[in-house]
Write a protein that binds this ligand. Structure first.
Ligand code: HEC
Length: 144
């Protein structure tokens, strides 16, 4: 039994040494060679030059799929209050348009007409938080 163990130990040692030797790379003169990782200095070209600001994205939604522009103009009241009025009041009260559009906040601009605006929540609730935030940024950016 002892012999078997010592043979095994000897084998392991031999194996360890030889495998260790295998890992060493040498050039044709017998000098150790360190393999350098060829790291290509590729710059991240997949990133767009500059991501459009949230407010710009908000304007797109406002005029586009949000259909907000049919009832809201920048400086005049149409069906809904002007963006300038909305921005002024939301800034004064430090309230969140994004939360309002989620249907989780009471109206603070023209509560008497809230029912008309409320119909849009069916749409704005399907938007992502980022899209609602973009709309908020756009509306607030229209403050006088
Ligand atoms: C059908 C017409 C209509 C559309 C479309 C519409 N709104 Fe309105 N909106 C109103 C009316 C009317 C009010 C005034 C009632 C009120 O203040 O809630 C209002 C009020 C608001 C207010 C102020 C809410 C408050 O605190 O009183 C915000 C903010 C607003 N709209 C944003 C939007 C955005 C963003 C969109 C597009 C996603 C949109 N609206 C689409 C009619 C509309």
């Amino acid at each position: 039994m002892k012999k078997i163990i010592s043979t095994f130990v000897l084998c392991s040692i031999t194996f360890a040494i030889s495998s260790c030797g295998d890992n060493k790379k040498e050039d044709k003169y017998g000098n150790p060679v360190t393999t350098e990782e060829t790291q290509s200095a590729t710059e991240d070209t997949t990133k767009p030059e500059a991501t459009a600001s949230l407010a710009e994205k908000g304007k797109e939604i406002f005029d586009g799929k949000g259909t907000c522009a049919t009832c809201h103009k920048v400086d005049t009241k149409v069906v809904g209050p002007s963006l300038q009025d909305i921005a002024k009041i939301y800034k004064e009260k430090n309230a969140s348009i994004a939360t309002f559009l989620k249907g989780e906040e009471k109206p603070i601009v023209d509560p008497s007409q809230f029912e008309v605006m409320k119909a849009n929540f069916a749409l704005t609730k399907t938007f992502t938080d980022e899209e609602r935030q973009a709309l908020e940024d756009y509306v607030l950016s229209q403050a006088k």
